[in-house]
Design a protein around this ligand. Structure first.
Ligand SMILES: O=C(O)c1ccccc1N[C@@H]1O[C@H](COP(=O)(O)O)[C@@H](O)[C@H]1O
Length: 211
């Protein structure tokens, strides 16, 4: 299991999070977000992949950010088309297409994306396109029809750990490759709380889900 720590903003905080060695760090390029990233990403160890998060941005805007920040991947949180995913894949980057879920989900909508993205990310449907801070009904994933690994996202925090450990024992979590952590690990200043992240990571290590 991998960890993605998202919504990074501040240079020192980015470097502190890097010490935890997550597989991915996310930077939000959506201006309306309180986590909007408009700075310079410090040098990170090569094994931490930098992922840009976008909401209905154009190909040129996304490519500009990929080039400027040397991003290894993009996470698409809006109504992006399979055609856009395909053009982004041609840049030789990781393409993660997001789908938002509440209590039900029609998995047929994944079909046109099967060949044009690397991963799906399942987030909670809410008022905002992302970062809503609450979970969806993970039972919905019992009907997941694909063989593509997916990221689990949406309101995952310390209070969700017990439910998460139960979920990870169930067959529908078999293809869950990454846990996405965001607003539930923030201080009031929208920095990532290193103590909280470390404690969460340790519990996942102790339960043998991450190394
Ligand atoms: O965090 C945001 O502000 C945000 C804004 C627009 C699109 C995506 C955003 N964040 C992503 O949302 C999910 C869930 O976050 P949370 O755990 O519910 O806070 C996560 O993948 C973030 O990358």
């Amino acid at each position: 299991m991998n960890l993605k720590i998202c919504g990074m903003k501040n240079e020192n905080n980015i470097l502190d999070v890097a010490e935890l060695n997550p597989s991915y760090m996310g930077f939000i390029f959506y201006e309306k977000s309180p986590r909007y990233f408009n700075s310079v990403i410090p040098e990170l160890p090569e094994n931490i992949k930098k992922i840009g998060v976008f909401v209905n941005s154009t190909f040129d805007y996304i490519r500009g950010k990929v080039e400027k920040h040397n991003l290894q991947g993009v996470q698409l949180h809006g109504d992006e088309t399979p055609e856009l995913c395909s053009k982004l894949k041609a840049l030789d980057i990781i393409v993660i297409k997001v789908f938002s879920i509440k209590n039900q989900f029609n998995f047929n909508v994944l079909e046109p994306f099967e060949d044009v993205c690397d991963y799906y990310l399942f987030d909670t449907k809410g008022k905002e396109p992302g970062g809503n801070g609450y979970t969806f009904n993970w039972n919905v994933l019992k009907k997941y029809p694909s063989i593509k690994p997916y990221f689990l996202s949406g309101g995952i925090g310390p209070k969700e750990l017990d439910a998460l450990l139960l979920f990870l024992k169930r067959p529908e979590s078999e293809l869950c490759c990454t846990l996405d952590l965001n607003s539930k690990f923030e201080t009031a200043a929208k920095l990532k709380d290193i103590t909280k992240l470390k404690a969460f990571q340790k519990k996942l290590i102790d339960a043998n889900y991450i190394r």
